[in-house]
Each structure stands twice: as structure tokens, then as C-alpha cells.
Design a protein around this ligand. Structure first.
Ligand SMILES: *Cc1c(COP(=O)(O)O)cnc(C)c1O
Length: 474
């Protein structure tokens, strides 16, 4: 009988005995060990051999599977060194997308982080006096200049700012809030819970839709420590409504010797209406109206890193800064460096729509986005054919992060439809897009996959992946 030819041998079943010993595999993978060290490579080699053994015992391993084991090992090691946190393309149409990392940092902020984080710096060192400094001082002057505040401090995020503000000003006392402002911001950040976490007793006044000045006045007692206003940034109550604005509430608070704190949520630092965007209340306006403390996020409309900004009167901010919890909530040097660089951009308002990605994306003209959609249409249509068809269309972007919830920005993009009309087919496309080296995140609506191109500033990041996409779909 003739010996079986090579291809038959390769196609034949492999048994666990055919697997190389760990040592042999590691010797064959010597360059990999030289690069990554023994520990990681050996761990992955063991895991690889275990997986192959299981496969062999199930009769599901062929000898050809054993070719190129060093390459398979290299792929495993590489995958382990790949960070889980990755850059994606946000084509959801929501510009400040909380699940996708909110605001993109400006170049100036990125450069500052890069320049400072690999080097010692003056985080808490007074270069003039040569002694210990305070990290707040690095940005307090800027924040005061930009908002008109007497004093400012920063913490880890706005949730921390609200928690700290209430704790510092109303722990063991009552804090008055309108029922219409007892918001949940998402991620279980509910005003009533924050109150109890801060050790303050919540006193609700008014009703869901209407609260009047006398509601606040009647709730003030010797036990009251603080009046809190919350900017209801993630929803809107419409119809028969009344709320007491800060300018009306501040004299009521101050007549009783109480501080007034406003949680602005997003807190733009410039008038967005000047850029053709829906207006958003500014911290400077809140301070001018008489608020003692105003808190807002660093990574929403401000366009910086995650941070909680606290601006206000010297007395109130001083109490907040001295409160022990501040130490646990302080901002680390990494976002602080990015925040300072971002705030400096606000010294040049004329350049802001160019330099600050969040504002640049929010103000991107619809015709420009529509032209991009037209330009990309043929390439994308070719990549997803024949199972999908693509059309360019007008879309509505959202600002996101609870900012200006009912406002929409005229935008444009592509709608992809499955020829077979099945939701599963469309889901497979969405999965393939998320599986790309730079995952593409769109949104499914009305049985179509929509790609809003507002946030696609570098189209090559998408088009360079279309060959991979086409393969993934075939
Ligand atoms: C977003 C938001 C917060 C929380 O801010 P983070 O920076 O995400 O911690 C608090 N209050 C309001 C009104 C908000 O919109």
C-alpha cells in the first residue's frame, strides 16, 4: 500500500501526543520570549497548549492546526498586551457621549499631559517661594478670571463636587431643594441619595412642576444649612411650570444667612448662542445672580477632562476646600494638567470653535457634514454590498451628556439597510463595525443603521478599514 500523501497526513486528526512540549514551543518562540519575557509568554503558551489538548481530545484538532504554533502564540501574547480601552469612532450622533468618553481633549491639553506626566512637576510646589504649594492654585486664578468668581477649587468630577459642597455646607443640617429638581443623573446619582451620603437632611419644597419663592421661605428653619438648585439638564418639564431662579432665590437665602449652591451640570463657559447653539446657563451668570457656590463638569460642554469645578464666594469655597472629604475627592495631576490647558483656551474666545474639539464638533455646519456623507457614500456602499444598501440623508445630532436634552443639531450621515430586511442582518453589520481595529459605533433606528458623520473629522480612519469590513461581512 502506498504511503498517504502529505495533504492527507495534514488533514488527519491530531492526538494530544502530537502537541509539542512547553519547553520546545518556548524554544521555537525565542524571539517572543526575548521581547516580552518568560512569564507572559509561558503563561500564554500553557493556555494555548491546554486549548489545543482539549480540542484534540474532542477529535476536533487536525495536524495542520499544529503548523505555525509560534505564530499563534505571538498572536495570543499580542492580544494580551492590547489595552481594553481603545479609540473608537463615535458615529452615534451624540457629540458628548458619556459611554464613549465624553469630550475629546484639545491638542493643547493632550500636549500638556504628554509633556508633564513623564516628568516631575510643580503640582504642589511653589516655584517662587521654594516650598510646598497647593494644586488648586494652578488653576484658581484662571477659573476666577473666566467666571468672575472670588474663589475656585476642583475635584474628581461634578458628582464629587455636589457631594462635597453639600457635605461641607450642610452636614448635620437641612438642605432645601425643589421637588422639580430632584434629578437622577444616571449611574445611580440621585439627588436624595447624594444628600444622605453627604449627611444632610433633604427638605423638598414645591411640586414636580411648580415651585414658588414662598415655598423656600416657608421651609427655612434654624436647622437649615443650605439651599440647593439643580439645573435639570437631562430632561425638561414643559407646560404649566414655575421654578424660582437664582436671582430670586439668592436674596431669600442670604436674608436667612444661608448659602445658595447651584449644580449646573454641564456648565458652558461661553455663551453657546453666540455660536448658533442653544443657550445654556453659564456659571458666571449664576454667580452674578448671587449664588455662593456653582458646580459643573469638566468633560461636558467645557470640553476638558473629567473634573468637577467649584466656583463661588471666598467664604463658601473656603469651607469646601477645608472639608476633610476634599482630600479623598481631589483631582489628580493628569486631568489637572489637561484642565489647565483647556481653560487657557478660553482666554482666546475667537479661536475656541477651532481649538476646542467639543465646540468644533457642535458647530460643524450641516452642509459640510452632508458633503462628507456624499463623498463617502460610494466607498461604503461598495464595502457593504451586496447584502446592504446605503443612502445619504439628513440627521439630527444631539449634544449629549444630559446637556440641552430637547435640542437637536441639524446633521447628516449615512443610513444602511439590510436588503433582506431582517433585524439580525443589520445587527451583524453593527457587530462587524464594532469589531473593526478602530471600532465604529453607529445607532440602529427604524431598522436602519445610521452613521452620523458629525464627529468624523478624519474620514480616513473609517475608509482605511473598509477592506477589513468587507472581509468581515463576506
Ligand atoms: C452630569 C451631571 C452631574 C454629574 O457630573 P459628572 O461630572 O458626570 O460627575 C451632576 N449634576 C448634573 C445636573 C449633571 O448634569
Amino acid at each position: 500500500m502506498a504511503a498517504p500523501d502529505e495533504s492527507v497526513v495534514h488533514g488527519s486528526k491530531a492526538s494530544p501526543k502530537d502537541l509539542p512540549a512547553l519547553d520546545r514551543l518556548l524554544r521555537e518562540a525565542a524571539p517572543l520570549v526575548a521581547e516580552h519575557g518568560h512569564t507572559l509568554v509561558a503563561k500564554e503558551a500553557r493556555a494555548l497548549l491546554d486549548a489545543l489538548r482539549t480540542q484534540a481530545l474532542a477529535g476536533a484538532l487536525t495536524r495542520s492546526d499544529l503548523d505555525g504554533l509560534p505564530a499563534a502564540l505571538a498572536a495570543r501574547v499580542q492580544a494580551r498586551m492590547q489595552p481594553a480601552m481603545r479609540a473608537v469612532l463615535n458615529l452615534t450622533g451624540t457629540v458628548i457621549h458619556t459611554n464613549l468618553g465624553r469630550s475629546l481633549l484639545a491638542d493643547a491639553a493632550l500636549q500638556q499631559v504628554l509633556a508633564l506626566m513623564g516628568s516631575p512637576n510643580n503640582l504642589e510646589f511653589d516655584l517662587a517661594a521654594g516650598g510646598r504649594g497647593d494644586r488648586d492654585e494652578l488653576i484658581e486664578g484662571l477659573l476666577c478670571e473666566l467666571t468672575g468668581a472670588e474663589a475656585a477649587t476642583v475635584v474628581n468630577n461634578n458628582a464629587a463636587a455636589v457631594l462635597l459642597g453639600i457635605a461641607a455646607l450642610a452636614r448635620g443640617k437641612e438642605a432645601i431643594v425643589s421637588r422639580g429638581e430632584l434629578v437622577e443623573i444616571g449611574g445611580a446619582f440621585r439627588m436624595p441619595d447624594v444628600m444622605s451620603a453627604a449627611g444632610a437632611t433633604l427638605v423638598e419644597v414645591g411640586t414636580t412642576n411648580r415651585t414658588h419663592p414662598r415655598d423656600y421661605e416657608q421651609a427655612i428653619t434654624p436647622r437649615t444649612g443650605l439651599i440647593v438648585k439643580v439645573h435639570t439638564s437631562n430632561y425638561q418639564v414643559q407646560g404649566f411650570t414655575a421654578a424660582v431662579d437664582e436671582a430670586t432665590l439668592a436674596p431669600i437665602a442670604h436674608a436667612a444667612g444661608l448659602p445658595l449652591m447651584t449644580d449646573l451640570g454641564s456648565g458652558a463657559l461661553v455663551d453657546l448662542a453666540a455660536y448658533g447653539l442653544p443657550a445654556e446657563p453659564l456659571p458666571q451668570g449664576m454667580l452674578a445672580a448671587g449664588c455662593d457656590v456653582v458646580t459643573f463638569s469638566g468633560d461636558k460642554l467645557l470640553g476638558g477632562p473629567q473634573a468637577g469645578l467649584i466656583v463661588g464666594s471666598r467664604a463658601a469655597v473656603g469651607r469646601i476646600r477645608k472639608y476633610p472629604m476634599k482630600r479623598a475627592l481631589r483631582l489628580s495631576k493628569l486631568p489637572l494638567a489637561a484642565l489647565e490647558a483647556t481653560l487657557r483656551l478660553y482666554l482666546r474666545p475667537e479661536r475656541l470653535a477651532r481649538d476646542l474639539p467639543t465646540l468644533r464638533l457642535l458647530t460643524r455646519p450641516q452642509d459640510q457634514i452632508a458633503a462628507l456623507a456624499q463623498r463617502l457614500l460610494p466607498e461604503i456602499a461598495a464595502a457593504v454590498a451586496p447584502r446592504f444598501t446605503v443612502e445619504a440623508l439628513a440627521l439630527q445630532s444631539q449634544i449629549g451628556s444630559g446637556s440641552l436634552p430637547v435640542e437637536r443639531l441639524p446633521s447628516a450621515g449615512l443610513a444602511i439597510t439590510a436588503v433582506d430586511g431582517r433585524g439580525r442582518t443589520l445587527e451583524a453589520l453593527a457587530t462587524a463595525l464594532r469589531g473593526l481595529p478602530r471600532p465604529v459605533i453607529g445607532r440602529v433606528q427604524d431598522n436602519r443603521l445610521l452613521l452620523d458623520l458629525r464627529c468624523l473629522e478624519e474620514p480616513a480612519l473609517l475608509t482605511s478599514q473598509l477592506t477589513v469590513l468587507k472581509e468581515a461581512l463576506s
